[in-house]
Design a protein around this ligand. Structure first.
Ligand code: HAS
Length: 541
């Protein structure tokens, strides 16, 4: 429905504006770190780093996801009602006002607190208020997804919901449970502290509440990519979804295990008993399972498609895939990047190895493979068909070629940049620090060639950003009028109907809450009781 399309497109305009400005800040980052460039006009390193992280890590992702969820649900469960659309628009405007407030504060150097913004770094109160509005706006959007799902269930009793709607709903539920953490630290701790109402905060609690949200946040980014990998890509290559039930099962596992794992970001922090860290490391390895299921399912889809086209030999099926189609190839590059990205994640999560990599630029390399390649290239792959679908235009052959070039440039740039980050990280180079020779220390000298390689990769990536923005503008405003398909794969004929237990939300949300209580209750009590003297004898805030 064109009215639903308008709502999704509004989100995409914000997302791609964030890509342009955030990408420019990324270019400045790598140039500064190469040691060959200094920021002009007194602009601070952390100011630019915050612009980069907030715009790309929070704004681009959140707005793209909200727009994609709406489009997926409207396509597979039916046009939104007027009421649902109004709620969606209210959410959009609230989130946009919040984004502008937060962005202005960051640009004014009043909120150079990085995209993780936990204490002890303190920002201007308007930054926190802006973030609160973004979260509140996203809840309105979540309400639309939940209302549409409920309406579909009422109209189709006993039927499993459409797969894309089911997936969007899981991601929405995960987001709602996770954002309780960030809303709590912002409203109860950071905002009163920034306004001067309290003069200290319990830093341990602030970081724990942030990571309670921060880890599911990365799966909130990932699951829309998985929606495309499971449901859209099979249709694009001309085959069916390998298994509807397997896909649903893996999404449910994400709902259960994404949240009680935040401690794997805090393995080197004091104040948390190692036993609880150990428990959350185990849960982290459980959340790897749905990704391994996804990898299996995707390989199976590609291989069975290739064999159905007559491929022989162990890897003959690779030749049968439609490499000339950017809607397939660009997300595929993302999938390949996710193999080393995911493996790096398992290194991070392994308690002992975390000691080697924590706070080094290896971690930055990890998330540039996961979110900035696997996820973002898939979003781009979706943009190539979704934007013309929504604007009543088509992806021309010429644009398709440009889109392929864009994906390849991104892969080359990221290989240089992320590869060099991983290597320098293993040599001890810290993350989140400007260029320094550390008083001529020989170890720091070893990092410099890698920093130059990062600048080369980052510059290539910036060209790819410009190309992507150009493609987006073309698809939104200038591509020829026509009909572009919204590819929705069907399950294979042999596949059984998905069991209705997958739609038992009392069960899944119940287990989610139990796991969260199990993993967090005692550590929270410890953090409050053992608060350092600065936090005034264990006061929560
Ligand atoms: Fe992570 C830090 C552990 C996944 C993002 N992560 C971060 C940060 C970000 C981030 C942003 O345990 C930094 C936060 C900060 O600023 O401090 N991460 C993991 C683990 C996984 C993982 C175990 N991370 C992600 C994803 C992200 C993301 C996904 C974004 C989207 N991460 C950590 C840890 C830290 C961390 C620690 C803290 C480090 C520290 O000390 O600070 C797992 O979920 C990964 C599982 C993935 C796989 C790969 C499956 C492969 C698939 C592709 C198949 C390909 C096909 C095509 C079929 C097991 C599905 C192939 C075809 C061919 C022909 C080859």
């Amino acid at each position: 429905d064109p009215r639903d399309a308008k709502l999704s497109m509004a989100h995409f305009y914000v997302a791609f504006t964030a890509l342009l400005v955030g990408g420019l800040a990324g270019l400045l980052q790598v140039l500064v770190r190469s040691g060959k460039f200094q920021l002009p006009f007194g602009i601070g390193y952390y100011q630019v780093l915050t612009v980069h992280g907030v715009l790309l890590g929070l704004v681009l992702t959140t707005f793209f996801i909200l727009g994609f969820h709406l489009a997926a649900v409207s396509k597979t469960s039916g046009t939104l009602t007027n009421k649902q659309r109004t709620v969606g628009w209210i959410g959009f405007w609230i989130a946009l006002v919040g984004t502008v407030m937060a962005a202005v504060m960051v640009l004014l150097n009043q909120a150079s607190v990085l995209f993780t913004f936990y204490a002890p770094l303190k920002a201007h109160a308007l930054f926190y208020l802006g973030l609160t509005l973004v979260v509140v706006g996203s809840w309105f959007n979540s309400a639309v997804i939940i209302m549409k799902y409920a309406e579909w269930r009422r109209a189709n009793p006993g039927q499993p919901s459409p797969l894309l709607t089911f997936m969007a709903l899981i991601n929405t539920l995960m987001w709602c449970v996770a954002t309780i953490g960030v809303a709590s630290t912002v409203l109860i701790q950071l905002l009163p502290w920034s306004l001067g109402i309290v003069d200290t905060v319990n830093v341990g609690i602030s970081r724990t509440l942030f990571w309670y949200f921060g880890h599911p946040l990365v799966y909130f980014w990932l699951l829309p990519a998985y929606m495309a990998w499971y449901v859209v890509v099979p249709k694009v290559i001309g085959t069916k979804v390998f298994s509807d039930s397997l896909a649903r099962m893996s999404f449910i596992l994400f709902l259960l295990f994404s949240i009680p794992v935040g401690f794997h970001h805090q393995l080197l922090e004091p104040g948390i008993d190692p036993a609880w860290k150990f428990l959350q490391v185990i849960l982290t390895f459980l959340v790897v399972i749905p990704s391994l299921m996804t990898a299996f399912s995707l390989f199976a889809t590609f291989e069975s498609f290739g064999r159905s086209k007559g491929a022989t030999g162990l890897f003959g099926w690779l030749k049968k895939l439609p490499w000339g189609d950017a809607r397939f190839t660009v997300p595929f590059i993302g999938m390949v990047a996710f193999i080393p990205g995911g493996a790096g994640g398992m290194v991070n999560a392994s308690h002992q190895m975390n000691q080697v990599v924590h706070n080094t630029i290896w971690v930055t390399g990890h998330f540039h493979l996961t979110v900035a390649t696997a996820v973002v290239l898939t979003y781009f792959g979706v943009t190539f068909w979704l934007v013309p679908h929504l604007t009543g235009r088509t992806l021309t052959k010429k644009m398709n070629k440009l889109a392929l070039t864009q994906g390849i440039l991104w892969a080359v740039g990221m290989t240089f940049m992320s590869g060099a980050m991983h290597a320098a990280g293993l040599l001890g180079a810290p993350r989140r620090s400007s260029f320094s020779e550390y008083g001529g220390a020989p170890q720091a000298a070893e990092w410099i060639p890698y920093q130059i390689a990062q600048a080369v990769g980052g510059s290539i990536l910036f060209i790819a950003v410009l190309l992507m923005v150009y493609i987006f503008i073309n698809l939104a405003f200038f591509a020829p009028k026509g009909e572009q398909e919204f590819p929705v794969g069907e399950a294979t004929n042999q596949a059984e109907k998905a069991p209705m237990v997958f739609e038992n939300w009392k069960l899944w949300l119940g287990i989610t809450v139990l796991l969260i209580l199990f993993a967090y209750t005692i550590p929270f009590i410890d953090l409050i009781q053992n608060a350092p003297p600065g936090a005034k004898g264990g006061r929560f805030w």
